[in-house]
Design a binder for this molecule. Structure first.
Ligand SMILES: [Zn+2]
Length: 456
């Protein structure tokens, strides 16, 4: 057949096979674990060829293998959660969905629990939805060759399993530590074919504040329309940031106007990423105040040699004495916070590659305390950055205790918009609530109004 007919046919097949997940669209508390196209974030055991991606689904077919989630969401350590997976079996197939498990190179997973997938595999009487060997189901609520949804809810020692909305398991563990761990999908045997797709997790407890990604760039071909569509799909508001300063196209008011016009009336924040330390001399307070907020990092400054250094450029960084470098860096951060009218400190505590491996040792308690105190004193929120996974949990706990505010941010390099996995995980671990979170200030209270630009 011709190419056009082929394309029509292929898209028709995809439409039929890829079932939508209407319950998750626009709800920011659900995170997708499977991208529909690749095995990214997943790792197969023993017979790795058993798993493939076809028409938007993970297909398990072949010798025994288990596909473990190893991606960034909660770093694969789920304790309390809801999980939804759409599943389709061929007749005579066996599969399963594990939780609280961990990667194991061979054999059936020993850790955690299995929720069964079996509609017509007669050698095993445990049918779809069974909490395997603990609370078994003997009549399946699903059919072969028809998509069905397995919905697993784990809260404390209470497990519930729903098949297409019907509760089939309700079990409470007694005297048993339920544990924690990742998910795995089962490839049972060469006679089985099981498809898994629309894999969504909702870590519990759900965060009590709206999820906002305050640090999104229109880079690498990502358009505003695409960003807005993505924002709506995820139910996450975006702050779209223009890089403003020396070394970037935007170095004066006139160059900023098209960006502000483009964002006008859009369901996104307009953010100014203030670059380097020169930015305070390049733009008028009037134009800065037109942004919803301003953020900067401490990655560009004039160093101890009097040279402009960007910490992510190895050839521009000189660290002869690590302790002296850290003292200088902390001093730069304190100066930025006291002088520059910014709302958020982004890419926080970033260290150049040559010393990044010593982060925990170099970010001493005293240094963290200084940065946190300066942020609190100047009313500057601290970004929890998903790309660099910064700052550390230790830093966030200290900052929360000191009364600092936080903002989630991705700092994407292109279309690689993340799910804020690190930010969300840290918020949950450190117990952040809505009172800890940054919200853009009304015009009269913006730092550019209250603090103004430094006198030069
Ligand atoms: Zn940025």
């Amino acid at each position: 057949m011709g190419a056009r007919a082929m394309i029509v046919m292929v898209s028709w097949v995809i439409t039929l096979v890829a079932v939508p997940a209407p319950g998750q669209i626009g709800d920011s508390s659900w995170l997708c674990l499977f991208d529909g196209q690749t095995l990214n974030g997943w790792k197969a055991s023993e017979n790795k060829g058993t798993f493939s991606v076809q028409d938007g689904a993970l297909v398990a077919h072949g010798e025994r293998s288990h596909l473990f989630y190893t991606g960034p969401v909660e770093d694969g350590r789920f304790k309390d959660f809801e999980l939804k997976v759409d599943v389709m079996t061929e007749p005579g197939s066996n599969g399963g969905i594990y939780f609280h498990t961990e990667y194991q190179e061979t054999d059936w997973p020993r850790k955690g629990f299995e929720v069964q997938v079996n509609n017509s595999f007669t050698r095993d009487p445990r049918k779809t939805g069974s909490l395997y060997g603990i609370q078994d189901v003997h009549v399946t609520a699903a059919e072969d060759r028809t998509w069905f949804t397995e919905h697993i809810i784990v809260r404390g020692n209470h497990v519930q399993v729903f098949v297409d909305g019907t509760k089939v398991v309700d079990w409470t563990a007694s005297n048993r530590d339920m544990g924690v761990g990742t998910f795995a999908l089962q490839g049972h045997d060469p006679g089985s074919t099981v498809r898994y797709t629309n894999i969504y997790v909702r870590p519990l407890p759900v965060l009590d504040f709206p999820i906002v990604d305050y640090h999104v760039h229109l880079k690498g071909g990502l358009t505003l329309d695409e960003a807005i569509a993505e924002s709506q799909r995820r139910g996450v508001k975006f702050g779209i940031a223009e890089n403003c300063g020396v070394g970037f196209p935007t170095t004066n008011d006139a160059a900023l106007k098209p960006f502000l016009e483009k964002l006008q009336g859009q369901p996104a924040y307009a953010a100014m990423q203030a670059e380097g330390r020169e930015w305070v001399g390049l733009f008028s307070p009037e134009i800065i105040a037109q942004f919803d907020y301003v953020f900067t990092d401490s990655m560009t400054f004039t160093d101890q040699r009097g040279q402009r250094t960007r910490l992510w450029m190895p050839n521009e960084v000189q660290v002869e004495d690590k302790q002296a470098f850290m003292e200088m860096l902390v001093g730069k951060i304190e100066k930025i916070f006291s002088e520059e009218p910014i709302d958020i400190y982004v890419n926080p505590t970033f260290l150049p590659a040559c010393i990044a491996g010593e982060y925990d040792a170099l970010w001493t308690e005293a240094r963290m305390d200084k940065v946190i105190a300066a942020a609190v004193k100047n009313g500057i929120a601290i970004e929890i950055n998903a790309r660099y996974r910064l700052p550390s949990e230790r830093f966030i706990r200290k900052a929360k205790a000191a009364g600092a505010k936080f903002a989630f941010g991705t700092n994407n390099g292109g279309k690689d918009l993340g799910q804020l996995a690190y930010s969300r995980m840290m918020a949950r671990r450190c117990g952040l609530t809505k009172d800890d979170m940054f919200v853009p200030k009304p015009d009269g209270q913006k730092p550019i109004r209250t603090k103004g630009l430094p006198q030069r």
